[in-house]
Design a protein around this ligand. Structure first.
Ligand code: SAM
Length: 288
């Protein structure tokens, strides 16, 4: 980072240095907690996409006096050790990562899952929003494996045009969903945080990583989605029963039928009037 970098003039960057946080993002989680008290009563917490570890530091400091507190931090990248935090180097889109988290909780589930995950930004806004949404869905997926009913999920979200779809998906699993913009998150950034409270999956829901939007091998025959895991879309047959059946061969009345050549000119091509206009201009053009 250069001397004139904007980050170095940023108040949260300086405060993070002063107070010993690994990244200025620590203030985002602290401010979310100030507003929603997400850390109240938490014993087991998971930090998804944790590196370099400032959110894990916040969790570690706030839960330091809680008896039996356990924090598991997951990231693709390795990070320097933190007191009271178990680190897993892994991918949050993998079921094995969910299993490993649960192993660290001795089979128990978490009270809180936080995710500040961000893919590498490409600068192409639509693409970045899409990838961020996919990462959020991956975080939601793994959260359904490790969070206990009543628990809280906090995740970074980009407030793009498809945000209502994400809200709807989150509302399937949580009784209360709020979008929070901490003061420490730059106004110029479309970043915000969804605070999802009171985890209550639909009755009969079985956590699965087989999300059609995330699983490239997904197809109808290998799909593990059954019961409430499946989305049911109404099927409507349109048209009168006496209309032609497209799958049947219908006999021709050869007395009245007029045969046509297999290749026919377009009936009313869209360019017809433009061509006619050009032709008529050609006719009036004075030769040089
Ligand atoms: N909350 C962190 C902190 O306060 O220090 C900062 C997180 S950083 C903005 C985003 C992290 O997401 C990166 O470290 C990246 O490696 C991680 N990440 C992105 N995709 C991931 C994935 N599929 N599985 C695990 N981590 C992932």
């Amino acid at each position: 980072m250069g001397r004139t970098s904007k980050d170095k003039r940023d108040i949260y960057y300086r405060l993070a240095k002063e107070q010993g946080w690994r990244a200025r993002s620590a203030f985002k989680l602290l401010q979310v907690d100030e507003e929603f008290q997400i850390l109240n009563g938490v014993t087991r917490a998971v930090d998804l996409c944790a590196a370099p570890g400032s959110w894990s530091q916040v969790l570690g400091r706030q839960l330091a006096d809680v008896e039996g507190a356990k924090i598991v931090a997951v990231d693709l990248q390795a990070m320097a050790p933190l007191p009271g935090v178990v680190q897993l180097q892994g991918d949050i889109t993998k079921e094995s990562t969910a299993e490993e988290i649960i192993r660290h909780f001795d089979g128990g589930k978490a009270d809180l899952v936080v995710c500040d995950g961000a893919p590498d930004v490409t600068g192409l806004h639509d693409m970045d929003e899409y990838i961020q949404a996919q990462l959020l869905l991956a975080a939601l997926n793994i959260t359904t494996h490790v969070l206990q009913p009543g628990g809280t999920f906090v995740a970074k979200i980009f407030r793009g045009k498809d945000i209502t779809l994400l809200y709807a998906q989150l509302r399937v699993f949580f009784k209360k969903v709020t979008c929070a913009k901490p003061r420490s998150s730059r106004n110029s950034s479309i970043e915000a945080f969804v605070v999802c409270q009171d985890y209550a999956p639909p009755a009969g829901y079985v956590p699965t990583m087989k999300n059609p939007m995330l699983d490239v091998d997904y197809n109808d025959t290998n799909s593990a989605l059954t019961g409430p895991n499946r989305f049911i879309v109404p099927f409507v047959a349109c048209g009168d029963l006496s209309a032609w059946d497209a799958d049947q061969t219908h006999a021709l009345d050869l007395d009245t039928y007029t045969r046509l050549n297999p290749v026919q000119p377009p009936t009313q091509p869209a360019y017809k009037s433009a061509v006619e206009k050009l032709r008529s201009q050609d006719q009036v053009r004075v030769p040089l």
